[in-house]
Every structure is written in structure tokens, then in C-alpha cells.
Design a protein around this ligand. Structure first.
Ligand SMILES: [Zn+2]
Length: 357
């Protein structure tokens, strides 16, 4: 478990706090997806349990070795998107607990919970009330913290109010704003940020990525190297280009919102919207720096500049549509409404394309 370059500063700050005996008992670890907060959190857990008192987990003591031995539940626990709930498994160290999406054994047939529930937090609190088996510390990692439901968050609040000595809670989230303010205010917030562009490029180069690809992916990910790598490896940059082309053709009146909405809602809807929102944000930045005269260029290669306020409004709308798609809604309708509101750049009408209510 080595640190990525953009994680080193956060680690140094925590090491300094621990050195002066001020290690927070509850940490809220935040950052955009792809910055490796899960790995960071697991490393933090190892360090708190490690029997050596170094600035990093030693990796060789009894605690470190047990912590590194992992098991998956049978059958495996998964997130709503199908990924493993515990990407590296549950640790075999008796003083470490990972809480995440779990099986609802009461359901018949047994199925995964779609959120983190109060029973899990009660069980966690009971466990934290016991003395650590190795006498050193107890570490609980909760991820994704934004999936705690209201009852679970309330139960967690009690645990956060009176953590016993040596008890550490690490909450991991990519969406801290979704957590109740009462939870956030009781945690020490630790935030991971993307590094400088040169650092991100060097990191990708170290993973065998060609410079041109790395640059393109870093533009798409707003400088987030982990996200860039994931998209390169999963071959998603083509999809981003396709989204840019669709938006360009919609604004020129060449493509029909209905056809694009069908296509976007059928496959990778969320990622398409993420790319679209990011493209529009970048388009806004380029336009804001350029003269207002045509052509606008930018990542969407628009023939004419679109009003910046309209780009900003559409950006918000795209993000709201991403939220909507997580609920019980017909995706093609939400998508059609969004795409119908995409501003056109045809000379004949400077306004918002109408026709979709
Ligand atoms: Zn160790």
C-alpha cells in the first residue's frame, strides 16, 4: 500500500497530528472518485493498528500481516452498480471492521441492501464497546458514508459523540454534501485533491500511458489521474468524443434530441451525462477567456458561442438529471427533457430550442 503523490500531503498532516497525540477519532475522508480515498483509508487503518510506531504501517508485524489477509463474504457483497462492496475483502484482524453494502438476511430470498442500515451501525457500536483484542486500537471503516440512511446516520451520531479511547472511525465518501451536517461536524475532514498537471502526467506515464492519451484523459477528468487511468483502461474516451459530437450536432440542428435521448438513456447514461456536464463546464471556461465573436471552438467545437448563463444552467440541469436517473423515472424522458433544453447555435434562433416540455 504505497501512497499516490497527491495523497502524501494529507498523510503528512495526519502523521503530524498523531505525533503530537491529536489523532482525530473520527475522520471524514473525501475526494472525487479516482483519487484513491478507499486505499488511503485502508492504509490509515493498518497504520492505526500497526505494532510499530512509525509514520507508515510497517507491513511486517503481526497486526499488519493479519490486516492484509482478506476474505470476501459468500456470496460476495456488491454495490448497486455491481462492483465489489469491499474491493479488497474484509480484514482478518480482529480489531478492524469494514462496513459497507451488505446482505439483508431477513429478505427472502436474501438480497443486498441498497443503503447502509441502522442494524449495521448498532452492531458496529456494540463491537466498539468491547475492548480491542490486541489491546491497541479498534478501527472501523465505513464506505460509502453517503449511503447511510437516516436511521443509520442517527445511530452513528451517538457513536461519534462518545468514541472510547483508541476507537477510530474512518468515513469515506465521494459526496460529503450528502451526509447530514451533524455527522460532518463531528468528523475531522481530510480531503484529497488532484495534483498539478505535470505530476498527473508523470504518474500516468509511469503506468505506461502515452503522453497524448494521458493529456486527453486528464482534460476529460479535470486533472484527476486515477479517474483518467480508469477511463483509459476501460476505453471510455471514445464515449466522451461521441458525447461532444452529439452536443455539437444538436446545437447545429443536425441531430434530433429524441434520437440522441434514446441512445444516451440506453447505454452508459450516467457516464454520458458526466462527460456532457464536464464538457459544458470546460466549454464555458474556454468561451469566458475568448472574445465573444464567433466561432466559439472549445471542447465542443461549437460554430458560435453559447450564452455563458445558458451553459451554466444546462450544466446544473445535467447534474440534476444524473440524480433523477437514480430514482424511479423513465430515463429516456428525463434525457429528452435535458437534451431538448440544450441551446442551439443556429443563426436563425439565438434562443433555447423549444418543443419539449
Ligand atoms: Zn505493522
Amino acid at each position: 500500500m504505497t501512497l499516490a503523490p497527491w495523497q502524501e500531503e494529507a498523510w503528512r498532516l495526519l502523521a503530524a497530528r498523531r505525533a503530537r497525540g491529536a489523532m482525530p477519532h473520527a475522520i471524514l475522508l473525501c475526494g472525487a472518485p479516482g483519487l484513491g480515498q478507499r486505499d488511503f483509508a485502508e492504509r490509515l487503518g493498518a497504520w492505526l493498528l500497526c505494532e510499530q510506531d512509525g509514520d507508515t504501517p510497517c507491513g511486517t508485524c503481526r497486526a499488519c500481516r493479519l490486516y492484509a489477509v482478506r476474505t470476501q463474504r459468500d456470496p460476495e457483497e456488491t454495490r448497486p452498480d455491481g462492483a465489489l462492496a469491499q474491493p479488497h475483502g474484509h480484514p482478518n484482524h480482529p480489531d478492524a471492521r469494514f462496513v459497507g453494502y451488505a446482505w439483508n438476511a431477513k429478505a427472502s430470498p436474501k438480497k443486498m441492501y441498497g443503503e447502509l442500515v441502522v442494524e449495521q451501525i448498532r452492531e458496529l457500536s456494540d463491537w466498539l464497546a468491547l475492548p480491542p483484542q490486541f489491546g491497541r486500537a479498534q478501527v472501523a471503516l465505513v464506505e460509502p458514508a453517503e449511503a447511510l440512511n437516516v436511521a443509520a446516520a442517527n445511530a452513528l451520531l451517538k457513536t461519534l459523540e462518545e468514541p472510547g479511547p483508541g476507537r477510530h472511525l474512518i468515513l469515506v465518501t465521494t459526496q460529503p454534501a450528502r451526509l447530514p451536517a451533524t455527522i460532518r461536524s463531528r468528523c475531522q475532514r481530510v480531503e484529497l485533491h488532484p495534483p498539478a498537471l505535470a505530476t498527473a502526467e508523470a504518474w500516468l506515464r509511469g503506468r505506461g500511458i502515452a503522453d497524448a492519451t494521458a493529456r486527453q484523459a486528464l482534460v476529460a477528468s479535470d486533472g484527476n489521474p486515477g479517474q483518467a487511468l480508469e477511463w483509459i483502461e476501460a476505453d471510455k474516451l471514445k464515449l466522451r468524443n461521441e458525447v461532444a459530437k452529439d452536443l455539437r450536432e444538436l446545437s447545429a440542428g443536425i441531430a434530433a434530441p429524441f434520437e440522441v435521448a434514446q441512445r444516451w438513456s440506453r447505454d452508459e447514461a450516467d457516464l454520458r451525462l458526466r462527460f456532457a456536464a464536464a464538457l459544458v463546464q470546460q466549454q464555458g471556461r474556454v468561451q469566458a477567456q475568448a472574445a465573444s465573436s464567433a466561432p466559439a471552438g472549445g471542447p465542443l467545437a461549437l460554430t458560435r458561442a453559447v450564452d455563458l448563463a445558458k451553459l451554466a444552467a444546462w450544466f446544473d440541469r445535467a447534474n440534476r438529471t444524473r440524480d433523477l436517473l437514480r430514482g424511479p423515472i423513465r430515463p429516456e424522458l428525463a434525457m429528452l427533457e435535458l437534451l431538448g433544453a440544450w441551446p442551439t447555435t443556429r443563426a436563425s434562433d439565438g434562443g433555447v430550442q423549444s418543443g419539449v416540455k
